[in-house]
Design a protein around this ligand. Structure first.
Ligand code: FEO
Length: 407
């Protein structure tokens, strides 16, 4: 746990968490940070708690003291969002200090009550304020469904700091550099990439709400964005707003000038055609990412497909349907509402086809509206004429996806 100054009377508490399945399912290759914020006037508020304690009140007490925070000084706990990565410490904190008030939206209050049996709650609505004294005034701005219905921003007016919780967050552990103006070019790229992973794993299903939340942030006079995960943006908060705006476009079919090959092969027949497709992509100078299903992690698969303007589905027929690991991946992309991608499928079959029917069914059931180039299917190993068709399909994909490229 580290304590870093954001402004006079405002500090960030941050810790890296590794080796967890985020939301119980996302394998995080590069970990995640959990950030809380303390705002001190005459009264003190902590915005979004931090997990990582062992549940023993003395440990929690000691941890706060170690970073020079007197637990007894905390008057308000502001829950921007009830998900336990931000609120999981409430019950433990209640054991070391009883007289604090939780501040949250009505939807969060219901969950705070049902998850933690809490009732000392003040419910806030759009524009409500909390004056902490010494010039520190907080206001509250609900941004529902990013990604739970309970979410809100907290804004501190004297420093123009927006505490955005999950919005504008990123996965990825933080090293010594926690502010945007400290990040090296490599760290900027790292957090953009981890922002893509975060958005695609956690936020994407709620893209229309994310767009509204971006507009709400823009309408506030923001000098610093302090999210619940990832770096603080104090030099250029516009950058992370622009990134999120671009991510919202990726969710609707745009992407980087990259192709993701989502592939599986039982006995290497479809693989032969993949090798040919790769040679075409290389010749055309198109960056591509190969995702071998079911070996690739779900987190990586969703993030990589999400950011790519073009998708190649290379998978055979299996028991009259699409090769199951690839079908499962496509279903997940559909559930996540990754819409409108430009795509091309090819694959082998043994004694009958069937993969195409399931591909169509997945696309329609999930209302994915992917724009498919005509598929290429071949019996057994691909012959020369099959490889020629694969080549034509890849070239058409490259041409078509150009309309959707947003870097
Ligand atoms: Fe960072 Fe929705 O939890």
């Amino acid at each position: 746990m580290r304590k870093l100054k954001i402004a006079d009377g405002i500090h960030m508490l941050t810790m890296n968490v590794e080796d967890i399945l985020f939301e119980g399912m996302w394998e995080l290759a590069n970990g995640v940070t959990l950030n809380s914020y303390i705002v001190q006037g005459e009264k003190t508020a902590i915005i979004d708690g931090v997990i990582g304690w062992d549940g023993v009140p003395e440990t929690l007490y000691k941890s706060l003291e170690e970073i020079d925070v007197d637990p007894q000084s905390i008057d308000y706990l502001i829950v921007n969002h009830m998900e336990p990565d931000h609120s999981g410490w409430i019950s433990n904190f209640r054991k070391v200090k009883d007289d604090f008030t939780i501040i949250c939206t009505d939807k969060a209050a219901k969950m705070v009550s049902s998850f933690y049996n809490e009732d000392k709650i003040r419910i806030v609505k759009e524009g409500d304020t909390l004056d902490l004294g010494e010039g520190k005034v907080l206001s509250f701005h609900p941004v529902p469904n990013v990604h739970w219905p309970d979410t809100m921003y907290t804004y501190e007016s004297s420093t123009k700091t927006l505490f955005s919780c999950d919005m504008f967050g990123a996965f990825g552990r933080m090293g010594d550099h926690c502010f945007d103006d400290e990040l090296t070019p490599e760290e900027i790229d790292f957090f953009e990439s981890e922002g893509i992973r975060y958005y695609s794993n956690v936020m994407i299903t709620f893209t229309p709400s994310v767009r509204k939340a971006i507009e709400k942030a823009k309408a506030l006079d923001v000098k610093t964005i302090a999210p619940g995960h990832g770096p603080v943006y104090r030099a250029n908060p516009q950058k992370i707003m622009d990134d999120y705006y671009r991510f919202a476009k990726y969710a609707e079919g745009s992407g980087k000038n990259e192709v993701t090959i989502l592939w599986g092969s039982m006995y290497g027949m479809t693989s032969k055609a993949i090798e040919h497709a790769e040679s075409i992509l290389q010749k055309e100078g198109i960056k591509y990412n190969k995702l071998h299903m079911p070996i690739e992690s779900e987190s990586e698969m969703v993030a990589t497909a999400f950011k790519s303007a073009g998708i190649i589905i290379a998978a055979p027929t299996y028991e009259y349907k699409l090769f199951p690991p690839v079908a499962a991946a496509l279903n997940e992309l559909g559930r996540k509402k990754i819409l409108g991608k430009t795509a091309f499928r090819f694959g082998s079959y043994g004694w009958s086809g069937g993969a195409e029917n399931e591909l169509k069914e997945i696309n329609e059931r999930n209302k994915m509206k992917w724009d498919f180039i005509e598929s290429v299917e071949f019996e057994g190993a691909p012959k020369e004429e099959d490889l020629k068709k694969v080549e034509e399909g890849v070239l058409e994909l490259i041409k078509k996806m150009k309309e959707k490229v947003v870097e």
